[in-house]
Design a protein around this ligand. Structure first.
Ligand code: COI
Length: 365
């Protein structure tokens, strides 16, 4: 694949090395940003043009920009990992590029090529490589979280696809997404709010899906839960996803089950990788509908031994309990989430170059 060429507008005031080192020692998630951002512009007449890496900073947007009114926006999440020899790699970026194009089609935005998508990550990392943290141990999941996004920037209040669009990539050093690291999280079951409906945008990674999940997320926080599980909008029965993560269920007999993809579920890159790694580990991956009753009964009988969430940000995080208005569904059969931990170690070892990349999933940045 040819590499896209990006002009460089260097940042005259990059953060001092000592400030950067302080941030990298304790980055949290999503709070700090590197010195540069990548940008490509699209107009109906010219197509994609103006590839550049420029200083990180506020955007100038017309108050009438379509994204501010109609939410015409999509994004991605992908990480850069530092290997022991200092080299920097990313994981299955062509999957994110492909999903970004799927999201673009649904949101009536222009499609970006693999060359521009992966090229923008490489161009940004060429400047901001010092921001990729070095893991202190095999348990350390620190990385540089990359956030490509595309917004409708035309100043026009009529409702139609924008004729001017901007694509950016920003980068944020990251530790574990959940404060407790891999300690099991509590999940709130949203029975009233729905994240996505058939024919809608559930399969696309667009801001609107996340905005639609926030009222339920507030309910979750009020019940001391860190995430929300959403059921399908038609029958209020089938488990879909957590809004920002996919879900897996581990059965006593070695089956590892995740809801089958529909147009209301986001196709996670980590989800797809877990299905492959589970097979590599001699487990039996299955994609099929799973009802909330199956979760409840499987947890009570010990048939389901573990539940875990997975995503780029969350990696693989065990779920300890599902909380509803009047019940707490806890798992009785599991003992320390061994399968979730095994798959998590496999995945992290691969991403950080500690295990052989037998599937060809790594790309050097
Ligand atoms: C990701 O995992 O990359 C996401 O976009 C999810 C969000 C919870 C940070």
């Amino acid at each position: 694949m040819p590499t896209a060429s990006f002009d460089l507008l260097p940042n005259a005031n990059p953060k001092a090395d000592t400030l950067r080192d302080g941030i990298l020692a304790n980055p949290g998630f999503g709070s700090y940003f590197t010195d540069h951002m990548a940008h490509v512009r699209w107009t109906l007449d010219t197509g994609w043009h103006g590839h550049e890496v420029r200083p990180y900073g506020p955007l100038t947007l017309d108050p009438a920009a379509a994204v501010l009114h109609y939410g015409q926006e999509i994004f991605e999440g992908i990480k850069a990992y530092r290997h022991a020899d200092g080299s920097i790699w990313t994981f299955r970026p062509e999957k994110n590029a492909e999903r970004f194009r799927r999201s673009a089609r649904r949101l009536a935005l222009p499609e970006l090529s693999d060359e521009d998508f992966i090229g923008s990550l490489k161009a940004l990392l060429a400047q901001d490589h010092a921001w990729v943290p070095t893991p202190a141990s095999a348990a350390d999941e620190c990385s540089l979280y990359l956030r490509p996004f595309m917004i409708a920037s035309e100043a026009f209040l009529g409702v139609r696809p924008s004729q001017e669009v901007d694509y950016y990539v920003i980068a944020s050093p990251a530790a574990a997404y959940f404060k407790g690291g891999i300690a099991p999280v509590s999940i709130w079951l949203s029975t009233h709010y729905k994240r996505a409906a058939p024919g809608g945008t559930g399969f696309a990674k667009c801001g609107g899906n996340y905005a639609a999940s926030l009222a339920a997320q507030k309910e979750a926080s009020a019940h001391d839960c860190s995430q929300v599980a959403f059921l399908d909008a038609v029958e209020n029965t089938w488990i879909e996803e957590l809004g920002g993560m996919n879900l897996f269920f581990v059965y006593r007999d070695g089956r590892v089950v995740t809801p089958r993809l529909t147009d209301t579920i986001l196709e996670g890159v980590t989800r797809d990788s877990v299905l492959t790694l589970a097979r590599d580990e001699g487990l039996t991956p299955e994609e099929r509908p799973i009802s909330i009753d199956e979760w409840r009964e499987g947890a009570a009988s010990g048939e389901i031994t573990e539940v875990f969430a997975c995503g780029t940000a969350a990696v693989i995080t065990p779920v300890g309990e599902l909380v509803t208005e009047n019940e707490r569904i806890r798992l009785t059969g599991g003992d320390g989430n061994p399968i979730a931990k095994r798959l998590r170690t496999k995945l992290l070892d691969l991403q950080y170059g500690r295990a052989e990349d037998t599937h060809g999933w790594l790309t050097r940045l």
